[in-house]
Ligand binder design. Sequence first.
Ligand SMILES: Cc1cc2nc3c(=O)[nH]c(=O)nc-3n(C[C@H](O)[C@H](O)[C@H](O)COP(=O)(O)O)c2cc1C
Length: 194
Amino acid sequence: MDLSLIVRGIIKKRRTTPPEDFNGKKVDHQIVQEILDAANWAPTHGQTEPWRFIVYEYAKVSKFGQLHAELYKKNTDPDVFLEKKYDKLLHRADKASHVIVVYLKRTDKKNIPLNEEISAVACAVQNMLLVATSHNVASYWGTGGMCYDPSMKEAFKLEEEDLMMGFIFLGKTQNDDLAEGKRNSSIGDKTIWI
Ligand SMILES: Cc1cc2nc3c(=O)[nH]c(=O)nc-3n(C[C@H](O)[C@H](O)[C@H](O)COP(=O)(O)O)c2cc1C
């Protein structure tokens, strides 16, 4: 089969799938290793390779839910604290096979602007999501909840200038189904050819 057709097919097939839609089946450890390896091949200005990962696998994913929910409870004013949100954070990963915490490690090469380091980590994440899709693994890249709260950085022992980049939930869906993708406008509307 034409390689370009395969790559473009995977790019279009990739969908953000809420972890609540996973079916609870596990993804092979080896596949997740491949997904991580794909991250390491992202473009990187100055070879800084700023992507970093913390992986919760199988039974450990509940620890992620507990950590996230407790950070929310401890760091939220009781006046605005919502039990419903606490429960959602606690149970979000219940049907996930893996949760991968993604962060950016700011290296000593400060001549590389931060926006380029963020770009490199985002490319690493996209590599991961595409390899996941190629294995019929459903994925969700989320930055909600306490992702950007200083307490999250502290929990994972990030340094001051490092950045949280989100959480990737991986799992399986019934019959490997993924939702249809949609875009608000075509690429033609976003491109000028000179
Ligand atoms: C940096 C980043 C952060 C995101 N965070 C969230 C999030 O917190 N919650 C969520 O539902 N989706 C999140 N998404 C996924 C988007 O909602 C999703 O990409 C968009 O709806 C397009 O759908 P698609 O990924 O299926 O093409 C995030 C995407 C990116 C790139």
